[in-house]
Design a protein around this ligand. Structure first.
Ligand SMILES: [Zn+2]
Ligand SMILES: [Zn+2]
Length: 169
């Protein structure tokens, strides 16, 4: 829970103020990416009182730890997102707005969670041209750990594998 008391805003439509968030959010992640539990998420959010509720917008920053989808190496990379969400006083059932509680407070955590989860790449790569692991020996091709001979795809070419280069000269 990142609870913010907004009673001062609710009573004054048109009013606004900023809140600074600097908190770790637990359990943020998927199989190949996670926000480390000890890495806080930082946000400088503008809260604006509008007719429908409270509008929250601003940058959201943090760091995410990934496992490369090809070579499985772990690496960290910062993220910088922009959020803009309405916390509605009256939410329709099934609407995807966040809720402004009747007691005049909002919980920023679900919004932070949704924004970060949506930003996670489907297939994180340590570098765009990662060579990945060898399917046969499991060696990391980026490190030259794989010394497997080139795969022979077509059996008709397999016989060429027996010809030594000396024979050709
Ligand atoms: Zn990689
Ligand atoms: Zn190999």
């Amino acid at each position: 829970m990142i609870q913010v008391d907004v009673r001062d805003l609710v009573e004054h439509p048109g009013a606004s103020r900023t809140v600074h968030v600097d908190e770790p959010v637990e359990g943020l992640g998927l199989e190949l990416a996670e926000v480390p539990a000890d890495a806080p998420i930082e946000a400088e959010l503008l809260l604006e009182s509008v007719v429908e509720g409270i509008l929250v917008s601003g940058p959201l920053q943090g760091s995410m730890r990934f496992s490369c989808a090809r070579c499985l190496k772990t690496f960290e990379r910062p993220f910088d997102l922009q959020v803009s969400e309405l916390f509605a006083a009256e939410t329709d059932p099934g609407a995807d707005e966040y809720e402004l509680g009747p007691e005049g407070s909002i919980d920023l955590e679900p919004m932070v969670r949704d924004a970060v989860m949506l930003s996670i790449p489907f297939s994180p790569l340590c570098k765009p041209d990662c060579l990945g692991l060898c399917e046969r020996c499991g060696g990391d091709r980026n490190l030259g750990e794989c010394t497997c001979p080139p795969e022979v795809a077509d059996p008709r070419w397999a016989v060429l594998g027996d010809i030594r280069f000396e024979d050709l000269t």
